[in-house]
Design a protein around this ligand. Structure first.
Ligand code: INI
Length: 189
């Protein structure tokens, strides 16, 4: 038997998408900087004109899962990093946005088989959010690290699935049938 673990090497062939909420961009811009710093230091070309990272800005965290799922369906990316900042403040809006975005991001990954990283800060105050986005530490770095690890791990796990099917003399079902029909529906609409 074997142990499978993601590594942080051989990153030059990986492709990532980063989806960023513009709401609270004082915070999300800092998360993005931390994310880019980590990817760059692990050998990823983060230049938007390059071939490894695409950047997609959306109005707020609520819109992040929809776009992340659509990007995942292209199967162009090894991982998708979602960045947002939901700050409680004085409004119950926080609870609705925070609940939907966490469920939506989980569903985007689960439905597509592509790692979708949850990089949405949920805090009570702007001060707490800023502390997590650079003042004390920058969680953007950690989100990028998770993306690198998951991209590597999923490559290994998918290779395992493909090998098992090839050994059985059948074509590997790279995608489950339900996903294939979802993509076909999306493409034709
Ligand atoms: N979006 C955020 O990313 N963070 C928040 O704190 C936030 N609050 O609290 O309202 C927020 N709202 C906007 C939301 O994400 C959508 O963009 C908007 O509702 C339009 O659908």
């Amino acid at each position: 038997m074997a142990v499978f673990e993601g590594t942080f090497a051989h990153t030059e062939t990986f492709r990532f998408a980063i989806v960023i909420g513009r709401f609270n961009d004082l915070v999300t811009g800092k998360l993005l900087e931390g994310c880019q710093d980590c990817l760059k230091r692990h050998g990823v070309n983060v230049d938007p004109q390059g071939s490894q990272v695409d950047y997609v800005w959306v109005p707020g965290s609520f819109e992040v899962p929809l776009v992340a799922r659509q990007l995942a369906l292209t199967h162009r990316y090894d991982a998708i990093i979602c960045l947002g900042a939901v700050i409680r403040g004085q409004t119950p809006h926080f609870d609705y946005v925070a609940a939907e975005v966490s469920k939506g991001i989980a569903a985007a990954g689960f439905q597509t088989g592509v790692p979708v990283i949850f990089g949405i800060l949920t805090t009570d105050t702007l001060q707490q959010a800023l502390e997590r986005a650079g003042i004390k530490s920058n969680l953007g770095w950690n989100y990028a690290l998770s993306a690198l690890e998951m991209a590597s791990l999923m490559t290994q796990v998918k290779g395992l699935t493909d090998a098992a099917f090839q050994a059985g003399g059948t074509t590997p079902p790279t995608l489950p049938a339900s996903m294939k029909s979802a993509i076909a529906t999306d493409a034709s609409s």
